[in-house]
Design a binder for this molecule. Sequence first.
Ligand SMILES: [Zn+2]
Length: 218
Amino acid sequence: MKIVPNLVPVSKYSIKCPYSMTPEFIVVHNTANDASARNEVAYMISNSNKVSFHYAIDDKEIVQGIPENRNAWHAGDGVNGQGNRKGLSIEICFSKSGGKRFEEAEKLAAKFIAFKLKEKGWGIDKIKKHQDFNGKYCPHRTLDMGWQRFLDIVKSELDKLKGGATMAEKNVPSSWAKEAWEWAKKEGITDGTNPKGAVTREQLTTMLYRYHKQVAKK
Ligand SMILES: [Zn+2]
């Protein structure tokens, strides 16, 4: 997964990421403005506010601002808060206006989160929202559009990474079988469902019978 690094200089660690950290979960945010990921990170690094986050993600790229082994100030739960001290923070961009750009940013964020879950051996339960730590309605647009919906997107990305075929993939024949499968569908030998299912004797017999009646006699 390609990540664009723009890490905060060590001289600013005392403001932006003073504590070492071993992340224990992911915290999802929406930026509530319309800046790109590069601009979000550049702005975060340039100011002297105790506000920071590990990654910003827009419709095109993932930009990292804080190393994963440092904490960041994003969860609003104080110096010793779980969110601020254990959470790997991800800002999804373009949430103010929403629309296609935001939807694409959310998709890329879901892919990245799935990648992180797999890398760390974590399950979906390791995905938290900012709201869980201080009650703030964030990630606002992701929540508006449905939190469970977002978790489902991450889940399907994670399944893909784990090599488990999704339902859609299960319904498509393998490339080497495609020509024969299309032929058998056209000739009425198979109804075209469940290409990867195992076949029983009665199903095989029925397919042979259909072949005999419709093709062999041609
Ligand atoms: Zn937030």
